[in-house]
Write a protein that binds this ligand. Structure first.
Ligand SMILES: Cc1cc2nc3c(=O)[nH]c(=O)nc-3n(C[C@H](O)[C@H](O)[C@H](O)COP(=O)(O)OP(=O)(O)OC[C@H]3O[C@@H](n4cnc5c(N)ncnc54)[C@H](O)[C@@H]3O)c2cc1C
Length: 498
């Protein structure tokens, strides 16, 4: 049997997404020895999958646009996004978020992250949504580089699977690392391991067996931190709250232009100026590439008469809001949106768009023809359309007949169109571990567990983050605060041996 290895540090950060990187940088900047472990081969997590919007008030962008706004107004507006879930919020964490979001936003800018905006997003009363340039990879690029430069020891391909305990105190974690099992001893630990969108068991336990079957956008969001924390007496709050299942067009085979752009200052500065000053008609083709890459078809399309079929041509007969969940039980978990000429005309101009990146652009049917030929199909007959989709003509004809028999709006007029494959995804889960206002992980009887803090999705603590830009804002804001508090804890423990 090979001996297990040991590493030592003051602060151990588990997870190399937004929250983990912010924690590690903040802790290291306070002068302690920091190890960050990331289970994937690269830093990034769901943060790198995101669009990257960050909602905050009193930013340089708001000020230069003459927008007078306050954290108090942000605090009051946030619950308006949660509808009936608003009374399940954690107001103390919401307060912490809105009061610190501005400082975090400026801190990100100081590290080289560039934003454009702010864009309006009702029911926010003021434009607060800022979008990162050129894409969310910029967060990871700049923070990863800075963390390395200041001496955070980053280990990728290294997965924590168990906390090390000294009586009831967390003193590190056991990790699978490239050169074997390693016990990393630390005076304080920050858990920043993301959500459980890709963990079937946790989704079945907290949400439903049906949702458990739906794939996650980020297949590595496996809720490891939640599973590690539960045996300590930790609990998950709002475990049933999620974003999705959402129907989204599959990504293009070669990725999108915006993902290929490097996050260099010259590129992002140019983009920011272009987005601010160039007329929409010139910018539209560029921005559209992004919209049609990652966006969900609007549900209004189905209320207006489009139908969704599975990969064999069979009609998925559900209310529009249920289609995302329904498709997950169909073969290959994929479907196609079918339209005729009447619908195609309707979805060719404002206010009827097929997909949107909020505040950025709206995509109409013809935009898909131009930017996504891989998912755009047009045919003069149903039979030709079936051929183009490589599915049974009889099945497709029968689905359209059933739809026409029972639906108010019929698919009759050629040419016929199909968009797809579209797939159903869980975007994220909002069930976070309970934490106190210092981001300490809470155990039995809501008592802080010594030695451990949680941030980002893992440490969401019942905070409602509906609306754009609040999850990312929380990841970086809570990450920084948890990192600082972990240093205080580590310093308190300095006198004690590992
Ligand atoms: C498609 C999409 C678009 C989105 N767009 C937006 C947006 O525009 N604005 C917004 O506010 N929010 C958005 N979100 C949500 C937002 O991205 C996340 O809520 C946020 O990034 C979570 O950050 P995090 O640091 O908590 O988790 P993550 O970024 O997921 O980081 C967690 C990290 O921990 C690692 N990890 C997990 N387990 C272990 C382990 N056992 N050992 C070591 N490492 C581990 C993971 O691999 C991961 O790298 C979007 C989400 C998706 C999926």
């Amino acid at each position: 049997m090979t001996a297990e290895k040991t590493l030592e540090c003051d602060v151990l950060v588990i997870g190399g997404g937004g929250a983990g990187l912010a924690s590690a940088i903040e802790a290291r900047a306070l002068g302690v020895d920091v190890i960050l472990i990331e289970k994937n081969f690269e830093l990034g997590g769901t943060t790198a999958w995101s669009i990257g919007s960050f909602s905050a008030t009193q930013t340089p962008h708001q000020i230069s646009d003459g927008i007078v706004d306050t954290p108090d107004e942000h605090y009051d507006d946030m619950p308006k996004f949660s509808g009936p879930l608003a009374d399940r919020d954690n107001p103390s964490l919401r307060r912490i978020f809105v009061d610190n979001a501005n400082d975090t936003f400026r801190w990100l800018m100081s590290l080289g992250v560039e934003f454009f905006g702010p864009m309006p997003e009702p029911p926010h009363r003021k434009p607060r949504m800022h979008n990162v340039l050129p894409n969310s990879g910029a967060y990871i690029h700049h923070l990863g580089k800075h963390a390395r430069n200041i001496g955070v020891k980053i280990h990728c391909n290294s997965r924590a699977n168990k906390f090390l305990l000294d009586q009831n105190c967390v003193v590190g974690a056991r990790c699978e690392m490239p050169d074997g099992t390693t016990n990393i001893h630390a005076k304080a630990v920050v858990l920043a391991s993301g959500d459980y969108a890709a963990n079937e068991e946790l989704k079945a336990k907290y949400i439903s067996p049906e949702v458990a079957k739906v794939d996650a956008m980020n297949p590595t969001a496996t809720g490891d931190g939640h599973e590690m924390a539960l045996p300590l007496g930790a609990r998950v709050i709002n475990g049933d709250v999620l974003s999705g299942p959402t129907l989204r067009f599959i990504p293009p085979p070669r990725g999108s232009i915006d993902r290929m752009l490097p996050p260099f200052k010259i590129v992002t500065k140019f983009m920011r100026l272009a987005l601010k000053y160039l007329p929409a008609s010139i910018l539209r083709p560029f921005v559209l590439g992004f919209t049609t890459t990652s966006m969900a078809p609007e549900l209004d399309l189905f209320s207006s008469g489009a139908l969704l079929i599975n990969k064999n041509g069979k009609l998925i007969n559900e209310k529009p809001a249920e289609l995302g969940l329904a498709i997950a039980s169909e073969p290959g978990k994929i479907g196609y949106v079918i339209m005729d000429q009447n619908l195609a005309k309707k979805y060719s101009r404002w206010p009827h768009f097929i997909a949107t990146a909020p505040g950025v652009s709206y995509a109409y049917l013809d935009d898909f023809r131009k930017t996504r030929p891989d998912i755009f199909h047009k045919a003069e007959t149903i039979s030709e359309l079936a051929n183009s989709l490589k599915l049974s003509r009889d099945e497709l004809e029968s689905s359209i007949q059933t739809h026409n028999q029972f639906g108010d709006i019929k698919i009759l007029k050629p040419p016929f169109y199909a968009l797809g494959p579209a797939k159903s995804y869980v975007v994220l889960t909002d069930g976070g571990l309970a934490v106190d206002n210092d981001h300490r992980l809470l155990g039995e009887n809501s008592t802080p567990i010594p030695g451990i803090f949680a941030a980002g999705s893992a440490g969401q603590g019942g905070l409602m983050l509906k609306g754009h830009g609040h999850h990312i804002g929380w990841a970086f804001t809570s990450g920084r605060l948890a990192g600082r508090n972990a240093v205080k804890e580590a310093r308190n423990n300095m006198a004690q041996p590992y």
